[in-house]
Design a protein around this ligand. Sequence first.
Ligand code: ADE
Length: 244
Amino acid sequence: MRFDVFTLIPESLEPYLNSSILKRAAERNLVEFHLHNIRDWAIDKHHVTDDIPYGGGGGMVMKPDPMFNAVEEVTGTPPTCPVVLLTPQGRLFSQAVAHELAAYPRIALIAGRYEGLDERVRQHLVTDEISIGDYVLTGGELPALVLIDAITRLLPDVLGDPDAPQKDSHAEGLLEHPHYTRPAEFRGWDVPDVLRSGDHARVNRWRREQSLLRTLQRRPDMLESATLTDEDRKFLKDQLDVEG
Ligand code: ADE
């Protein structure tokens, strides 16, 4: 899979892309990251990428021409891949959207800066708009990294444990169960006996119940769309009865 990121500050993404799992994935040719500085497509002498808004008011607006020229030169005219704009006005990013985007061989990401982007970029270049949450950042660079990270870890062979994405919080519509490693006792706090019992059926049932319990306590909204067995439903009903 190939990501093309269009930004005014490509250097802000480099350290994260050059670290740990993403770096290794790129070295193993499982993914390609291409960073493009929009300023390189601003043709005037001073490489200006923003201008004052029509109609007045404060703030600057990113000009359409450098953005169109950059994205079209790199991804085709018209682009042959999805062109995703990171914006707080977009649809909300989620594990389901990460899976959806992981199916494409290539994605272009536009990380906007300044107060805004000329509306013609949204209307005639962008094919999808995504927000990473209901808060406003200074630009789309961190959101672009969030998408890249969440999508890359879903690609085949990127993670050491091939089943990891299926076990994640959110993967099955539930939060993940707690994890423990050695030592069995730390500062007087013990690892639950069931995890040391060697009884895999009991361990699996405990993990499932912890997952259900956490979701019930922290994100009850997720239970409405989760895939639940009759046993799961009975467990949840008993919990609610106990809580009164
Ligand atoms: N740009 C600024 N804030 C953002 C957000 N919450 N999501 C995506 N892009 C953004």
